[in-house]
Ligand binder design. Structure first.
Ligand SMILES: [Zn+2]
Ligand SMILES: [Zn+2]
Length: 699
């Protein structure tokens, strides 16, 4: 027996979970945890909502509420979604709770006492207009290393953590003005001290994934710098050091301590206060599951903090995943690119999603979520091979015998088949142990293929009339395969495995059984079988709003329409999508000079239409009280998306005006709403040019 600790990167509580987080961290962690529990190992798997830091405060400011409200809302949603997805933690906690704060403060004090934390005066971005320092994500700019988009303390492109002097063209995220540097004092962690110690520790990590070990070593070789661990913020964990009452602990420092806190909290909840030490102090293997942007925090920073603390176990493996992309684009909440979990769970079986992500897991390179491919894999593999085999075996057995038939008449072929299935079954386990989840899932599918082949060879539907004893033996063999399949798929598709278990006549949970029991078989009564999966059709996932391709467009030229008094002809710039000419009926309310240079919302995929002899390629959105107020997006860039939270845009080439007209977008409290969700760009809610009463349509 082994002791396994599993830490899954803490999702931010500033928005719904998306498929990227599921594929990158949650799902691999869960597969691994479920397997090891079934192997009889002692597993402690923890995570929680990361509720501090600037992503939350920025969202709160956008929505005009307290950060706590945002954190509460998404923490509850995350918990609900994890349950629906079948992700099982020993403890899924949160960083805003008092237990966490206490553990973090104790940890910091220990590092301070050990001499690894010191104060230092530094330059920090300050926005004159907002009258505040701009920590982390309050600043956006360009990374000096790669030219990528720098979101405050980290580059989205190269993943480097950035100091103020590594960000070019900084901009205040709140008001868009250019901040200047101003002196402030912060506490620093002596990360540089750990360079050699880390290299020494990494020496025997030759079993790590190539991308993880290479990234880590290059990162250390490029030189580690001491890092600030406090911030000029109000939202966060208080600093337990005199003189720092107005600052908070920087989120990167406290969130990773969450692994320790959640373990201690779990022990306390189970009534054995010191139980956490079995994983953290005694011998145990620590695995961390995360996507690649989180690598430095788990292979460099957290290990250094653990070394500085002393007496606690370091990571054993960090099998970080690459990214899951969506039609080639990286998932990003701030850019409105993604598939959100609450959205997808409304339309699809959670295990079908888990299946597709497992065989398409971004283990060695980025993989892409394609809707057509998802549909094809579910229909042609999960339904047609896996589901079909299990269903035909169980319905045939149920109809003819009502219970698992005995093995009466042997054949060499049966043992061969069972051996082959068993070999694949064992390999599923080996793959999971090595964190080769994709390969493991393929072997599960291979088991079902072998089953189908066997049943076709033996034709039990003929045997039932010719040789009942042999028929029973064939079905006995098939059920043996079904049972092994249930075990093999339990880590991957836990709810499906449970359903098979029930149909096989068991009353308890398969997840409480051991991997080694997979081959045992008895003469249980079979429950009336129901299909495990159904075929999916693509249109069901789409909220009508997802059809709209809404983009920021800048008006570059306005002319009178030669054949109409009320119309303008406008040229607009849609960034990468090029320039367009549109016709708009807003002449009565706007002068030409008031429009030029404005950034508006364009329905970019509307079917072109001739309006009084001039073709209009797209439509500007305005409030429908005769188009008297236009929608404005002054702080966004041309071509960027406009969206509502939780609905993934998947616009077709063109939509008709009638399709658009049926999507009810209205004014409310000076904002624009669709189904109670606010229309926004990456900077926040879209504004209307001037006040308009509630309830008007946007057209
Ligand atoms: Zn960069
Ligand atoms: Zn500002």
């Amino acid at each position: 027996m082994e002791r396994i600790f599993i830490g899954v990167a803490w999702p931010y509580a500033n928005g719904s979970l998306h498929l990227g987080t599921l594929a990158g961290a949650l799902l691999p962690g869960d597969i691994f945890g479920r397997y090891h529990r079934m192997k009889g190992n002692e597993v402690l798997m923890v995570s929680g909502s990361d509720e501090h830091g600037t992503p939350i405060t920025i969202t709160a400011e956008k929505e005009g509420v307290e950060p706590k409200e945002i954190a509460d809302k998404y923490h509850e949603e995350h918990k609900r979604n994890l349950d629906e997805l079948g992700i099982k933690f020993e403890n899924f906690s949160r960083t805003s709770n008092e237990f966490h704060k206490k553990v973090v403060k104790d940890f910091l004090v220990k590092l301070y006492d050990n001499g690894y934390i010191y104060p230092k005066k530094v330059q920090s971005f300050y926005c004159e207009k907002c009258k505040r320092f701009l920590p982390d994500r309050y600043v956006e700019g360009v990374c000096i290393h790669c030219g990528g988009r720098a979101r405050g303390d980290q580059c989205e492109e190269c993943g480097r953590t950035l100091d103020v002097d590594e960000i070019k063209e900084p901009k205040c995220k709140i008001c868009g003005s250019i901040p200047f540097l101003k002196e402030t004092e912060h506490l620093f962690f002596k990360l540089s001290y750990f360079e050699e110690k880390l290299m020494e520790w990494l020496k025997d990590k030759n079993y790590w994934r190539d991308n993880v070990i290479n990234f880590t070593i290059n990162f250390i070789k490029s030189g580690l710098k001491d890092r600030a661990i406090t911030r000029d913020l109000e939202w966060g964990v208080e600093v337990p050091i005199e003189g720092y009452e107005n600052k908070r602990i920087y989120v990167w420092f406290e969130a990773v301590i969450g692994y320790l806190h959640a373990s201690m909290e779990w022990a306390e909840k189970t009534g054995k206060k010191d139980e956490w030490k079995k994983w953290w102090v005694e011998e145990a293997k620590h695995y961390y599951f995360l996507a690649k942007d989180n690598i430095p925090f788990h292979t460099i920073i957290w290990p250094s903090m653990l070394m500085a603390h002393g007496g606690l176990n370091l990571p054993y493996d960090v099998p970080a995943n690459e990214y899951l992309t969506l039609s080639g684009e990286q998932f990003s909440k701030s850019r409105g690119v993604g598939i959100w979990i609450p959205d997808i769970l409304k339309n699809f079986n959670a295990d079908a999603v888990r299946y597709y992500l497992s065989i398409n897991m971004p283990e060695k390179r980025d993989t892409d979520w394609k809707w057509e491919d998802f549909m094809a894999k579910v229909n042609n593999e999960l339904v047609a091979i896996y589901g079909n085999f299990i269903h035909r075996v169980l319905t045939f057995s149920y109809k003819n015998f009502r219970k698992i038939p005995p093995y009466l008449k042997r054949s060499e072929r049966d043992s061969e088949i069972i051996e082959e299935v068993k070999k694949n079954f064992e390999e599923v386990g080996e793959c999971i142990e090595k964190c080769h989840f994709k390969e493991g899932m393929k072997k599960v599918m291979r088991m079902a293929q072998i089953g189908n082949q066997y049943i076709n060879e033996n034709e039990p539907w003929k045997l039932i009339n010719e040789d009942v004893e042999r028929c029973k033996s064939v079905m006995h063999t098939c059920i043996k395969i079904v049972k092994m399949l249930a075990f093999a798929s339990a880590p991957y598709m836990p709810k499906t495995a449970e359903k098979i278990w029930r149909m096989l006549g068991y009353k308890d949970s398969i997840h409480e059984h051991r991997w080694s029991e997979a081959e045992e078989i008895n003469e249980n009564e079979i429950e009336k079988p129901l299909p495990l999966f159904r075929k999916i059709e693509m249109k069901e996932q789409r909220d009508p709003f997802s059809l709209l391709d809404l983009r920021v467009a800048k008006i570059i030229n306005v002319e009178d329409h030669p054949n109409a008094d009320k119309l303008y002809i406008m040229d607009v710039d849609v960034g990468k999508a090029g320039k367009r000419r549109i016709v708009a009926g807003i002449k009565k309310w706007y002068k030409k000079e008031d429009l030029t240079g404005k950034k508006i919302v364009l329905l970019a995929n509307l079917e072109p239409a001739k309006i009084r002899g001039v073709e209009s390629d797209g439509m500007l959105l305005a409030v429908d009280k005769n188009g008297e107020a236009i929608l404005l997006v002054p702080n966004a860039e041309e071509g960027e998306r406009v969206y509502v939270d939780g609905i993934t845009p998947s616009p077709p080439e063109r939509v008709s005006y009638d399709e658009f007209k049926n999507i009810k977008i209205v004014t409310k409290n000076g904002l624009i709403e669709y189904n109670g969700k606010i229309l926004m760009d990456k900077n926040g809610a879209i504004k209307i040019d001037h006040y308009v009463e509630d309830g008007y349509n946007v057209r």
